[in-house]
Design a protein around this ligand. Structure first.
Ligand code: SF4
Ligand code: SF4
Length: 77
């Protein structure tokens, strides 16, 4: 499942297209498009670096099942 780019929030800076290691996102005719959705490996780099928080990740069920909460250390430990 590819990320979703909000048309309302996106300012078309192109950063997500530059950052994506798999060239999933492209800038074409001044439009930001998710051109190769099946290539997305859900690294989240685009969503993290988007200055407008315009990208929403969607994870496949298999990825969600792998989610593990990492316990944070407290001062007492
Ligand atoms: S980084 Fe964010 S604001 Fe910039 S083009 Fe991509 S989605 Fe739009
Ligand atoms: S999550 Fe990673 S692979 Fe997928 S579009 Fe964003 S930067 Fe590219």
């Amino acid at each position: 499942m590819p990320p979703i780019i909000s048309e309302e929030k996106c300012v078309k800076c192109g950063l997500c297209a530059q950052i994506c290691p798999l060239d999933v996102i492209k800038v074409e005719q001044k439009r930001i498009i998710v051109k190769y959705p099946d290539e997305c490996w859900h690294c989240r780099a685009c969503a993290i670096d988007c200055p407008k928080q315009a990208i929403t990740m969607r994870y496949p069920l298999s990825h969600m099942m792998l989610h593990v909460d990492v316990p944070t250390k407290t001062k007492e430990e």
